[in-house]
Design a protein around this ligand. Structure first.
Ligand code: AMP
Length: 360
């Protein structure tokens, strides 16, 4: 059977490969530096070519993948890989997002504060992720902007209630399906914990789906796409969009009848696209810079996913999933999990959210 090729051989590619094995769809992950893969492609006839990331080096291999007629979602990668064109697209489509502006060489802290009506962040247009490539005006000791100011956009600092994300998929025929909104808890810009509780954000689900559907239709998108939102008293604001499977959708491996990885492959290969059953509460905890303690694995509900990467501080090395019909049990698991002190604030916030909803 013909293969699905994935640009990128990180953990997302690895989990797409696992999902493909279960579905009976052979998935080949491709290291952008692999010259042979580029050459092999000339004689191969993949079912389609997708990506697990939106930034890649310009290599012989990536040029060959992108030039292939089966490369999917070229318009989405072109529009979404750069924060400036991403934000411009939100404005063009009338999608709500934090006020922003491009940054010229003569812009300074005061002029940007004035333009955006308050404190702001600089975000690198390309390549910044997990909070990297960000600069906050409130924390600035000096009134000068960083050297990379012209490679950044400026964005108004948002006073949000919480952060949620919507993972959904579309196929070539235009069918769409969505997961339930997931609440995300970050520290230092890195996602630490995701919680999905049915009904918790029901008031925002339709609006989030409307934004997601608008974007996917405009881009003629095929596969899974994730949108991160800030929840504010005035409504949802889009933070950013990822044209791929997403860390905040990892809970679907345990808490949904179809994981986001399987959903992506289904959408790309024309298999039936149906809304996954998501009957209970799910919690996902990232393993950042270290593995889980034995005590975490001794909890009966713990599911461990390990990426096999070299440990490094701040690096996502794996994640733990937990699923239970009751929020109180999800809270009990999260409470019992041995976690490093830098998870303290995220865990407390996630527990508050679980307790609040469970108590009605
Ligand atoms: P990002 O890399 O854009 O996802 O940002 C990482 C994290 O930084 C987000 O999850 C937020 O917690 C925070 N952040 C990003 N943009 C803003 C903003 N405009 N206002 C306040 N916090 C932000």
């Amino acid at each position: 059977m013909s293969e699905v090729w994935v640009l990128g051989d990180g953990q997302l590619g690895g989990m797409l490969k696992d999902a493909g094995r279960r579905l009976g769809i052979p998935v080949r992950v491709v290291d952008p530096a692999d010259i042979e893969a580029g050459e092999r492609l000339a004689h191969a006839d993949p079912l389609c070519i997708t990506a697990e990331r939106e930034h890649w080096p310009d290599t012989q291999c990536t040029r060959a993948l992108l030039a292939h007629p089966r490369w999917r979602n070229a318009p989405a990668f072109a529009a979404l890989a750069d924060r400036q064109s991403q934000k411009a697209l939100f404005d063009q489509l009338g999608l709500p997002t934090a006020p922003w502006c491009p940054v010229s060489a003569d812009a300074d802290v005061e002029s940007l504060r004035e333009a955006l009506g308050g404190e702001f962040l600089l975000k690198q247009r390309r390549g910044g992720y997990d909070g990297r490539g960000q600069w906050r005006s409130q924390l600035a000791r000096e009134a000068t902007l960083p050297l990379w100011q012209t490679e950044a956009i400026a964005e108004r600092c948002i006073d949000f209630t919480t952060e949620v994300s919507l993972v959904g998929a579309r196929n070539r025929a235009g069918d769409r399906v969505f997961y339930t909104l997931t609440e995300n808890f970050h520290a230092g810009g890195i996602l630490q914990i995701s919680v999905m509780q049915p009904g918790r954000f029901a008031a925002w689900q339709a609006e989030a789906e409307r934004c997601h559907a608008r974007l996917m239709s405009h881009l003629n998108y095929e596969g899974v796409l994730a949108i991160e939102f800030f929840v504010t008293p005035e409504g949802l604001l889009i933070n950013e969009v990822a044209p791929r499977v997403h860390n905040s959708g990892h809970w679907t491996q345990a808490g949904a009848s179809i994981s986001q990885f399987e959903l992506h492959l289904r959408a790309l290969t024309g298999m039936p696209l149906v809304t996954p059953l998501q009957p209970g509460c799910s919690v996902m905890v990232n393993l950042i810079g270290r593995d889980a303690d034995r005590a975490a694995l001794a909890l009966a509900g713990t599911q461990r996913h390990w990426y096999g990467k070299q440990p490094r501080p701040g690096r996502k090395l794996g994640h733990l999933n937990f699923f239970h019909p009751q929020a109180s049990e999800a809270a009990r698991w999260l409470q019992a999990l041995p976690l490093s002190p830098d998870f303290q604030a995220s865990r407390a916030a996630a527990l508050r959210s679980l307790a609040q909803w469970d108590n009605g």
